[in-house]
Design a protein around this ligand. Sequence first.
Ligand SMILES: Nc1nc2c(ncn2[C@@H]2O[C@H](COP(=O)(O)OP(=O)(O)O)[C@@H](O)[C@H]2O)c(=O)[nH]1
Ligand SMILES: [Mg+2]
Length: 318
Amino acid sequence: MKLDAIFGSVVRRVAKEMRGVQLPGRGLEKRKRLEHIRIKMYDRYFAEKLKSVYSRFPNIEELPSYLQDLLEARVGKDRLKLALGRVKGALKALEGIRDDILFRIRKARSEDEVYRLRRQYLARVYDALKEIEEDLRLISYAKKQLKRVPPLRPDRPTVVLAGFPNAGKSSLLKALTGSEPEIAPYPFTTKRLLLGHFSDGYRLVQVVDTPGILDRPVEKMKAEEKEALISMKHLADLVVFLIDPFQDLKGQLHLLNYLKDMLQKSFLVVVGKADLLENPEKTAKELGASLAVSPLTGYNVEKLRNLIIRSLEGIKWF
Ligand SMILES: Nc1nc2c(ncn2[C@@H]2O[C@H](COP(=O)(O)OP(=O)(O)O)[C@@H](O)[C@H]2O)c(=O)[nH]1
Ligand SMILES: [Mg+2]
């Protein structure tokens, strides 16, 4: 929330509630009691606003590691912790201002002085909030980033598809999972990722297609894509790299080696578009792939599912 919005909403709320406050008596003593009530009301609502900022923020160290990495990449975890701490500190400062002004209202000698103290209170609170304006902005930005995280289950075994554009990754996702993929927002980018599941009867495997992320070397990536790539590192248990036998093979093997280096994960290499190959098994062997598949005809797709399950069993308990 923006500073002026916070400030404005508290001031309006207090003005409204104070209209309902009726006190007996008159003159300076009544004015003092009224302003005492008003300052305490201000203080309560300002504190409420600030508390809602940091108390609704998840404990950073308890977030799953891929979310921590996303926060690190986009806002910086230390910077974020500092911001949360500074908001907490501002709360203390507000208490100090409140107590000081209340004390001075008690000592005031004229109604004019009481009014001046009320204005002084608001000015000092405004300054204190101004000092954490950037922190508030950072925290609300971080919150927004966390909300954009896709409905991936980090606890579930996850297969990520990689390979050149047009290699057939999206087709393979559909073939493996047998349904239209869910479209999920991709954290930190404007891109979407595609998500499906398959099961061998009792275990559920998550399959993710990442258009524009795992299909070219990092030298060609924009910063946001690099961040997305880093997040893949935590999500992926196994990478299925799909080679298109009709595209630049050298380039594809280069990408494969690059991703192996970068992600440090288990890889399963398969050749796609097998229906168009004369001898798919031979081609697979030549390219060092485990299998040739055709997402289009379904050729070897069941075999690939089994291979994925077996590979995952060696990597992750599930
Ligand atoms: N003949 C044939 N075409 C395929 C196969 N898999 C994908 N394609 C075609 O290749 C093109 C790219 O497929 P797509 O799944 O969008 O590739 P992606 O860019 O890697 O997601 C599409 O025209 C698909 O129909 C396959 O097994 N056989
Ligand atoms: Mg695609």
